[in-house]
Design a protein around this ligand. Sequence first.
Ligand code: AMP
Length: 406
Amino acid sequence: MKVLVLNCGSSSVKYQFISTDDKKVLAKGLIERIGSSGAILTHQRYDGDTIKITGEILDHDIAIEYVIAVLLSKNHGVIKDRSEIEAVGHRVVHGGEDFSGSVLITDAVIQTLRNNIELAPLHNPPNIKGIIACQKHLPGIPQVGVFDTAFHQKMPPKAYLYGIPYILYKKYKIRRYGFHGTSHLFVSKRAAQLMNQPYEKLKIITCHLGNGCSVAAIDGGISIDTSMGFTPLEGLLMGTRCGDLDPSIPLHVMGKEELTLAEVNTMLNKHSGLMGISGVSNDMREIIKAMNEGNERAKFAFEVFCYKIKKYIGAYTAALGGLDAIVFTGGIGENSSEVRKEVISNLEFLGIELDEGKNNLTNGERIISKDNSKVKVFVIPTNEELVIALDTAQIVSENQVLVNKN
Ligand code: AMP
């Protein structure tokens, strides 16, 4: 099946057009600066042909029209008719407690997404806009929602409840949800394949370390805990997000600096993390460079970043009652041998032994633990778009079978 995968952000649309039968990306691209007259569409076909178009793209409706037009384009496209787009798979950030897996999008699903806007006010609205635009420009073509939160919906209450009045959970759905679900699912399944062992029998910790960072504890294919919570602000230190914090700190700073709610929100989301500690950058490459040049604050940022991951690995090994594998993924997890080394160092007592030679290799998917390491450590590049495409194809096929049966 040929599936258009869409990731609609507030001012951007990322897309991939994937043939799920052979897992081939036929075309991919990005529209940036939606809402301005200087919007940019960058499109690349499977054979490397690339174009860049600048123009006025004022909303998501027009952006989706552009995506379809470039896929149809005589010189740069890959289809002759829009009916060749057999299904659309949307990355949807927040499914709340309503979705524990991917779903075929119906009017009822769209209404449920609207009901969950409060939980992800920045992310869910553009996701919904993308869905509505596809209903208009690709009428009759099935759409599927794949949720960042769904994989973590089987976490037990002891992992998802906060120590605050229970009424707040009931009234406002304040609980831990977790994010990056498609990535944690993809790389953990892949680790089981690489180990040649049944996924259902393995205890795996996955570390998704990119611009956003989270760790998940996966027991027999079920996410039993993860470091992001009610929002993607909890857990690890990230590029500009603070991660775990004493909850009285924002209140204290608001009093001292006379900050508004919006200002303290910006501080925790945009001016904290690697950037906040180092004052250098939110990019791990810059942090490591500055640290190697003797910048003390960059060194602190690097150490705090790695130390928090190490602590989560210890905690999740206890939560899982054992450990078979650790997986590193995401821009930092896949590319930074320095971070992986610092995180894994001194964990030999847990049966985790890094092979420095393999860790330092620069090529993609590989095992980086010593041959005799009890716990296997992997680098596995994530592929969220492929997961979305495969889920979409599966759900659309299942529903076609149902329709045909009825
Ligand atoms: P992602 O969100 O998964 O695309 O990850 C983006 C982040 O990966 C960037 O902000 C960088 O901090 C990090 N990154 C990419 N390449 C490297 C590298 N070679 N070494 C360290 N960090 C990297």
